[in-house]
Ligand binder design. Structure first.
Ligand code: GLY
Length: 326
């Protein structure tokens, strides 16, 4: 399989224009005339390995739902990443608390929030969706449910994260460097060969947050939304700003009304920036994917990139941004 791994400058290549103008082909073998979609996987930030894993699973015919779960689990286990899963930055009390959501093509979703001591919140979220009559479990209830499903408890606070937290305790001032420390979420959208879309989003949230704080990631319509008739959207960045605007639901509804994924992401960012907020302090970024395999991305500050797996190729793509254009 041919692989590329480079930053593509959207100013030249034009992300948001249909990347896959003809996403559909037909399998005429045996005169079946079954539509075959070209799988697409997109993931926030530079989580290339996770995205490639999902993309390659899709190429093998794995469902979008399985691909997003398997893909994001890679970052949940990556202890070098201080914004997701094990090794994630703790809250101000030194506890790692995780949020995650997964949404299926059938419109169902599962999510967990304020979950401690479990490495793979996305898989707990999937169990919530598939094994309970509910959609969301939090805190101790989510933890007890995870144990009942066979998940093993473990300490998620690594030496490195503990050291950084202890440094923070000296000054108790935390000003994340935009696009560097704010890589706060892995969000992934997949379109499989049957044309179904699923998504997942998982995070340790804002570093040194107040105990009990939950961001946008596990909240349906904020961190993630999928409508299999239209497409999906996922968010990363400062959760408080995304929550106030229910941004991923907005993006999907804009696509339903005829906007391209790129146009929809731009409108969602503009909704945030036109409110009285101080843009210099935070980043917000969105990815969107529609049923034709077209993708879009927009953020506030330049510097947000995403991983794209399409037609067997893996790329890192630089997103357009509001502040670079205004
Ligand atoms: N976007 C992740 C968070 O704010 O928790």
């Amino acid at each position: 399989m041919k692989r590329r791994n480079f930053i593509r400058n959207i100013g030249i290549a034009g992300v948001g224009l249909p990347l896959i103008p003809n996403n559909l082909s037909f399998d005429l073998s045996g005169n079946k005339n079954i539509p075959v979609h070209s799988p697409v996987s997109i993931t926030t930030w530079n989580f290339q390995e996770a995205n490639r894993t999902a993309g390659e699973l899709l190429q093998k015919g794995i469902s979008a739902l399985d691909a997003v779960e398997q893909g994001v689990r890679i970052e949940e286990s990556n202890i070098k990443n201080h914004t997701v899963g094990k090794g994630g930055a703790p809250d101000r009390d030194g506890k790692v608390t995780l949020d995650a959501i997964i949404m299926a093509p059938n419109g169902n979703f599962g999510s967990v929030a304020f979950l401690e001591n479990i490495e793979h919140p996305v898989s707990v979220a999937r169990k919530v969706m598939e094994e309970t009559p509910h959609n969301m479990l939090v805190g101790e209830g989510a933890y007890q449910f995870a144990l009942s499903q066979g998940f093993e408890p473990e300490n998620l606070l690594t030496e490195e994260s503990e050291k950084q937290w202890k440094n923070w305790l000296v000054e108790k001032e935390y000003k994340p460097i935009i696009n560097i420390e704010n890589h706060d979420t892995i969000g992934m959208l997949c379109l499989d060969s049957k044309g179904d879309i699923a998504g997942a989003c998982t995070t340790s949230g804002l570093a040194y947050k107040m105990r009990g704080r939950v961001g946008d990631s596990p909240i349906i319509g904020s961190g993630l939304f999928i409508d299999n008739e239209v497409g999906g959207a996922v968010a990363t960045g400062l959760g408080e700003e995304i929550l106030k605007n229910v941004s991923t639901f907005l993006i999907v509804e804009l696509m339903r009304s005829g906007k391209s994924p790129q146009e929809a992401c731009e409108i969602a960012v503009e909704r945030i920036v036109k409110k009285p907020t101080d843009l210099k302090d935070f980043q917000v970024a969105f990815l969107a994917l529609n049923k034709n395999g077209e993708v879009g991305s927009y953020c506030i500050h330049p510097g947000f990139s995403y991983a794209l797996h399409s037609k067997g190729d893996e790329e890192a793509v630089q997103s357009k941004s509001y502040l670079a254009e205004k």
